[in-house]
Ligand binder design. Structure first.
Ligand code: FAD
Length: 851
């Protein structure tokens, strides 16, 4: 059918397409664009601005062009109440203003490269025709991946790409108001949908295949999102996937890989997108290894008359240089513009994408720019990194909250390679500055020197950007040797952990095995530190650790400062602990942050005598304020505190637990946390500890023996005591240390005597023997067989459950030295300690056993 004839037919059916005849008859350039949203609409508008005479035809398969797909979750959630606000530009508007032949409901089904025509199918009328072009632009976007799960095509299972998808999800959510929704995939869309559906008062379960949400980020930077999701009522299933979806009593039943099943009203599949490259592939255009259309830096495909832009193409990473897929709206819009420029012979170049992105997850903003640490590792590119946790604006001005920033840079020249940030305020502004810095090829020294706008409500005289620059420059210049959380989780035999925070901060948690010397006492107490070992110093966020390191270095010690301090360590530990876990949503008006349980809000009246606004304070500020205020009260009176620090829920729960106060309630409140703490019973003067219930008093067990039966007895008691709410410390000394040895051989440097000891002693629980009737190993094998028959947990399982129940395993450092056992040979989670650590726990406890 001729083009004129087509216009006649369509024109009579739909007023929209009848206005402007296609210019195929004219001598002007004929531009056909496939896809009428981000890249396509931008290209069309730019093309018209460059030429008043060109014939521009925009083909869009859907019913709308230029709609705000990024805004769809917010319409579902109710923030953008008026659906029309999402229609950024209508077909009519595009025709009137830009004289573009917009054909909605028209799908491009094939390309004849030889004759330069596009086959078009008018979906409403069924009419098919071909459209000639001089330049063709493909901007068909990316399609949501529908995983191959039985039941994925059932009614009630959705993906979100178009306005039609959005309308269907909204209607389904309205129809099942009180039901649960299950979301598969914790990327940007999955997280935005979790918030949207919670805003609609639905119960939400988010299922994520890997051990973290937001996999574009490094795990420790995404870890605070787990708590945020739980606080806002989202059940998070990490390391799990959906294996089947079935119908169930008018709704759906979802089966997870963990064996769990969830009854729900609707399912959203948001496991990612794949480039919509079929048209290009069928036309024989080059397709890259990631499945996207290959283009050059002018957005030209392997055919010089065909351009491609947006989610459908592979882009060169601006920093790494690798071909990659980065489906984002900003690049799509800019590429559309560049394609139009090149069609009209304006030399315009796309320099690559750097993956700058941000996402709102309830009260937090999280984002990144440039390369992540995992990408740098994958690329084999050398890097260094720092973590900082400054306030979003001057901490004395109301409303400040901490933001966590990770900066990756080249260890030679300091060039910025990537950044990630999370916080409730100011994340976007810092990431934008860093995105520009990366584009401009700046270094961490440039960040240090940047002059950024400042007044107390907006920033600090030392902006977080400057601050990150200072810290990174110190590392680059060798002013301080830094270390990272992984090193502190498993310090080497010649390393010692030093916590330079105040005792109050330590009460809210510290790194296992660390000794505490507050920074202000460090100069006087240097004698307590070993000179032959490297000190791994840390504070809350890294500053006092740095100062401590400077003092230690000046006094001849070897020292490293933990970058980002205990706060970063906790994020690492939380990320590690969360893998393959289900993190249950906190019940309404309560929370269970970091595994610590707040007391249920009971009907009992709480007498709140003081309200503290500690939003500008960073840890330990809020805890110090609490301590100060509670000291003025009598038992049973309460304080209410408002805090911006995201680490506060876990800190205050741990602090209350160790000081005997009662955390009555903690709720997320518009990017902050509001907690009510009831003053507990008076504390024993000597050492702070749980003083409330008898059951929670410490139990201490010295495990001297390495016999199988005695080890079993020790762990059975420890598990029982932990189950009864007791705080249990097991102190392993001499032969008992063998229980904690790893089963496999670990490469460590040992002298001859140490090696001989190592050969002779059993390596781990599997190799222990009965103290009596061992009968050359037969007795031990028999008892293990009987245990299996009677379903008695093995020693390995008992150790595992003790660790999960929070039993503290302390290896006697003196015995380790005597017996030549190195830290690396012990299982994870064991602290090293001296007799003082045993006595400290024994003194407070009411059960002390020697086995
Ligand atoms: P699209 O905008 O998807 O447009 C492609 C169009 O082509 C579609 O309308 C499709 O119907 C049409 N089409 C396809 N094939 C044919 C054919 N054969 N014939 C005719 N028409 C065809 N990015 C961000 O940067 N920030 C965000 O916050 C963000 N949020 C998002 C939220 C959601 C829910 C979604 C779905 C995406 C979001 N994105 C976001 C991604 C962003 O929308 C895309 O990167 C961007 O729209 C890509 O532009 P595009 O032109 O390549 O494709």
């Amino acid at each position: 059918m001729s083009q004129e004839k087509h216009n006649e037919i369509v024109g009579s059916d739909t007023a929209e397409t009848a206005v402007v005849p296609n210019k195929s008859v004219s001598q002007e350039r004929r531009i056909v664009i496939v896809g009428g949203v981000a890249g396509g609409a931008s290209c069309a508008a730019r093309a018209r601005r460059l030429s008043e005479t060109a014939s521009i035809t925009l083909l869009e398969r859907g019913r709308h062009i230029s709609f705000a797909n990024c805004g769809m979750p917010y319409h579902i959630g109710g923030q953008i109440a008026d659906r029309r606000r999402l229609l950024v530009q209508t077909s009519e508007g595009m025709r009137t203003r830009f004289r573009i032949d917009v054909r909605i409901g028209c799908e491009a089904t094939g390309i004849d490269r030889q004759n330069r025509t596009v086959a078009v199918h008018d979906l409403a009328s069924g009419v098919q025709y071909s459209l000639p072009y001089d330049a063709l632009v493909l901007s068909p976007g990316a399609e949501p991946i529908r995983p191959d799960i039985p039941g994925a095509d059932l009614p009630g299972v959705f993906t979100l790409r178009s306005l039609a998808d959005m309308d269907a999800i909204k209607a389904a959510a309205e129809a099942c108001k009180s039901a649960r929704a299950v979301i598969l995939g914790g990327g940007y869309i999955g997280l935005e949908m979790a918030e949207a559906l919670r805003d609609r008062q639905m119960e939400v379960s988010l299922v994520q295949h890997s051990g973290q949400v937001m996999t574009a980020l490094d795990a420790e930077m995404a870890a605070p999102l787990n708590r945020e999701l739980a606080l806002h009522g989202v059940d998070l299933h990490l390391g799990a996937t959906i294996t089947a979806i079935g119908q169930h009593e008018g709704g759906l039943r979802v089966t997870l890989s963990t064996g769990e099943s969830i009854v729900c009203g609707l399912v959203i599949l948001s496991v990612g997108v794949r480039p919509e490259a079929k048209l290009a592939r069928d036309a024989g255009l080059a397709i890259g290894s990631r499945g996207g259309i290959v283009v050059d830096d002018h957005m030209r495909t392997s055919d010089e008359a065909i351009f491609a832009v947006g989610d459908a193409i592979e882009v060169k990473h601006f920093l790494g240089g690798q071909q990659t897929l980065l489906p984002l709206a900003g690049p799509a819009n800019r590429q559309g513009r560049i394609a139009a420029d090149n069609i009209f012979d304006r030399p315009s170049v796309y320099h690559g994408s750097q993956g700058t992105a941000i996402c709102k997850v309830f009260g937090l903003a999280v984002g990144l720019t440039g390369l992540s640490e995992k990408e740098l590792r994958r690329l084999g590119r050398p890097y260094d990194k720092v973590y900082v946790h400054p306030a979003s604006h001057a901490s004395y001005y109301p409303g400040a909250s901490p933001l966590s920033l990770k900066l990756l840079f080249d260890p030679q020249d300091g060039k910025i390679l990537g950044a990630q940030a999370i916080g409730s305020e100011g994340v976007d502004k810092r990431l934008d500055v860093l995105a520009v810095a990366i584009r401009a090829g700046l270094t961490v020294r440039d960040l240090r020197d940047m002059e950024l706008c400042y007044a107390p409500p907006y920033g600090s005289a030392k902006d977080p950007i400057n601050y990150a620059g200072f810290v990174a420059t110190n590392v680059l210049d060798g002013d301080v040797a830094s270390c990272h959380a992984q090193a502190c989780m498993k310090p080497a035999g010649d390393q010692v952990l030093l916590d330079v925070r105040t005792p109050e901060e330590v009460e809210a948690g510290t790194i296992p095995g660390a000794r505490n010397i507050p920074l202000d006492q460090l100069r006087e107490r240097l004698g307590e530190l070993p000179r032959d070992k490297e000190i791994l110093a840390f504070c809350q966020v890294g500053l006092r650790g740095y100062l401590g390191c400077r003092i230690l270095k000046a006094n001849g010690f070897r020292c490293r400062n933990l970058s980002g301090g205990y706060k970063t360590y906790k994020d690492f530990a939380a990320a590690e602990a969360a893998k393959n876990q289900t993190i249950k949503a906190a019940p309404a008006n309560e929370t269970t942050p970091g595994g610590c349980t707040a007391q249920p809000a009971s009907a009992e009246k709480v007498c709140v005598t003081r309200e503290i606004d500690a939003r500008g304070l960073q840890c330990p500020g809020p805890i110090m304020r609490l301590k100060e205020e509670l000291a003025k009260l009598t038992d049973g009176q309460a304080v209410r505190i408002l805090v911006g620090d995201n680490g506060f829920p876990a800190d205050v729960a741990a602090w209350c637990h160790s000081t005997g106060h009662q955390l009555r309630e903690i709720v997320a409140d518009g990017g902050h946390f509001r907690a009510t703490i009831v003053k507990g019973q008076a504390q024993p003067a000597a050492a702070p500890g749980p003083a409330s219930a008898e059951a929670s008093r410490p139990t201490s067990i010295v495990v001297f023996s390495g016999d199988f039966d005695k080890a079993m007895a020790a762990f059975i008691i420890a598990n029982g005591a932990a189950a009864m709410g007791s705080e249990v410390t097991m102190f392993f000394t001499f032969w008992g240390l063998n229980i904690l040895r790893k089963g496999q051989k670990v490469q460590v440097r040992k002298n001859l005597v140490e090696r001989m000891f190592g050969w002779m002693m059993p390596r781990g629980p599997e190799h222990l023997k009965l103290s009596k009737m061992n009968l050359a190993g037969c007795g031990t094998a028999m008892i293990k067989g009987i245990m299996r028959k009677k379903n008695v947990a093995s020693l390995g399982e008992l150790i595992q459950s003790a660790r999960q129940a929070g039993v503290k395993l302390v290896a006697c450092s003196m015995s380790m030295g005597l017996m030549g056992i190195h830290r690396e040979e012990l299982i994870d989670g064991v602290e090293e300690g001296g007799v003082a650590s045993y006595l400290g726990s024994a003194e407070r406890g009411n059960v002390n056993l020697f086995i």
